[in-house]
Design a protein around this ligand. Structure first.
Ligand SMILES: Cc1cc2nc3c(=O)[nH]c(=O)nc-3n(C[C@H](O)[C@H](O)[C@H](O)COP(=O)(O)OP(=O)(O)OC[C@H]3O[C@@H](n4cnc5c(N)ncnc54)[C@H](O)[C@@H]3O)c2cc1C
Length: 491
């Protein structure tokens, strides 16, 4: 590749956020031959354990477009549990157990792999450490606190100045040519662009959309590996098995479930997600003893005091947990500074965020990185053109993804049992009809979303077309029934 001193490959790129999108973007740029890439991450380490962020990702074919490009899919397979081996054991309050193999959604999809967030982020980071240290520097414990514009030459053009706070209150200053915002839902990079944007288009303002799961609150309980399922410890959990432990309480305000997803490493701690409405009793219990008592009454079928320490229950009780965000996106994915002295681009949760219903958060972030890579490739690393192309290619897909989040699978958390039943009927009906008439009807989005060959836009189109056909068919049936009925009456 021919480069000159002004080429972006040689200038400083600063990435804010060392989560999945940040490390993936650093790796993609390094693989393209870019040097001088710095990643700022406020956490102390890549595998730093954050109990309330210890969820599991299912890296599907979309995410694997990225891992294939970097050549780390083998590592993913080594560290992940394939969805083809997804078994779920449901443990009812009366002790009854049922294990079922969850059927594959779409045989056209690549095998997806379950990995914890910590494992996946560490996997990306170890690839940086192993093969890309010459191009990428990762600074942990570095929080980006300010982004400003400074004059570059006699008031003519502007440059970027980025300030990061590191330990001991010291600051680091950067003047990057390209600033990449991969700093998640509350992105300081996006918020700065929002403040700077004087146009009426509100390019960096998030647009929010309602969804049945937005606003649900979650906490994560950390459980030891191989914990016992009975008092005598005769039966232990196995890491690759998923569990749904149902509570003895039936009232929606007290009923909870422990959801455990599969893990490759049998020695790793398990995390149990507890997802409830905000008015659930669990949010009132701030004291460890009370919470312990609540768990014992909720789950008489498992030996709670042999599984969870009082210390963990106290941490759990004190934790504020998190809440599912509303589906949201902004329309601006990039910005160019005056005279193109510097550029800013956003990826991942910084531009689109939503509840985890369809497991697309990390996969869509990795797909953003691949689209940016394609745009850089087809524009010969010309940033100005590549960023325009990135936004024009990705925005329609992001809009479709956000709509899919609203209609996809928001009722799965038992927050509204009747809605859940209706949703299930709708899904089964569409699935059966699509099997009978595959060329005109499609199954629900939840069955298509992991198919890396179909874009989010295409999935939405198929979904909407099926809905229209179903409505028209129902209308025609009603009309036929009325006409037939009236004719019979008048005879
Ligand atoms: C409860 C829950 C369950 C989820 N489950 C799934 C799932 O099953 N499947 C799925 O695909 N997705 C899931 N997601 C969503 C997924 O985690 C996100 O979509 C994904 O992490 C986005 O990656 P990102 O790199 O864009 O952002 P993030 O993962 O949020 O990473 C941003 C990084 O930037 C750092 N940072 C932030 N601000 C600064 C700053 N000022 N300076 C320096 N560093 C900064 C943060 O520490 C963080 O490491 C879930 C989310 C939640 C909340």
């Amino acid at each position: 590749m021919v480069t000159n001193n002004n080429s972006p490959e040689l200038q400083q790129t600063l990435i804010v956020g060392g989560g999945p999108a940040g490390f993936a973007t650093a790796l993609m740029l390094a693989k393209r031959g870019w040097k001088n890439i710095t990643v700022l991450e406020k956490r102390p380490d890549a595998d730093y354990y954050e109990p309330d962020k210890s969820f599991n990702y299912l890296i599907d074919g979309r995410g694997q477009k990225f891992t294939d490009y970097i050549g780390i899919t083998e590592n993913l397979i080594e560290n992940g549990v394939p969805n083809t081996e997804f078994y779920l054991t449901e443990i009812k309050a009366n002790g009854n157990r049922k294990t079922l193999k969850v059927p594959l959604a779409d045989s056209d999809c690549k095998t997806s792999y379950w990995v914890t967030r910590k494992t996946f982020v560490s996997l990306l980071y170890s690839e940086i450490e192993k093969n890309w240290q010459e191009s990428i520097t990762v600074i942990f414990n570095a929080k980006c606190v300010e982004i400003s514009k400074i004059l570059a030459d006699e008031g003519e053009s502007e440059k970027l100045k980025v300030t990061a706070e590191i330990k001991n209150g010291e600051s680091l200053i950067f003047e990057p040519f390209l600033l990449v915002g991969c700093d998640g839902i509350n992105s300081i990079v996006r918020n700065t662009l929002k403040q700077w944007d004087k146009s009426s288009s509100n390019r960096f303002e998030m647009n929010y959309f309602p969804s049945g799961s937005a606003g649900l609150r979650y906490k994560v309980l950390t459980l030891p590996p191989r914990f016992p399922l009975d008092e005598n410890g005769n039966e232990l959990t196995t890491s690759e098995m998923s569990y749904a432990v149902r509570s003895a309480f039936k009232d929606p305000k007290t009923k909870i479930s422990l959801g455990l997803l599969p893990l490759k490493n049998p020695d790793e701690y398990r995390s149990a997600n507890i997802i409830t409405k905000p008015n659930h009793k669990i949010w009132e219990l701030k004291n460890g003893e009370e919470m312990y008592d609540f768990f014992k009454k909720s789950f008489p079928q498992i030996p709670i005091d042999k599984i969870i320490s009082l210390q963990e229950v106290q941490r759990f009780a004190a934790s504020e947990g998190g809440s599912f965000p509303s589906p949201q996106y902004c329309c601006g994915f990039y910005s160019k500074l005056n005279h193109e002295k510097a550029f800013i681009v956003l990826l991942g949760d910084a531009i689109h965020s939503f509840p985890p219903d369809l497991g697309q958060g990390v996969n869509s972030a990795l797909e953003d990185v691949c689209i940016l890579n394609d745009a850089l490739e087809s524009n010969d690393n010309n940033l100005s053109n590549a960023l325009e192309q990135y936004e024009s290619l990705r925005l329609p897909d992001v809009k479709a993804l956000i709509r899919l989040m609203q209609i996809g699978y928001p009722w799965q958390y038992n927050q509204a049992p009747i809605r859940k039943k209706l949703w299930n009927i709708n899904v089964i009906l569409r699935l059966l009809l699509s099997k009978a008439l595959p060329s005109i009807l499609s199954p629900q989005a939840v069955f298509l979303i992991r198919n890396q060959k179909i874009s989010y836009q295409e999935i939405l189109l198929r979904e909407q077309r099926t809905t229209k056909i179903l409505y028209v068919s129902i209308l025609m049936l009603v009309l036929a029934f009325l006409v037939f009925g009236l004719r019979n009456l008048t005879i």
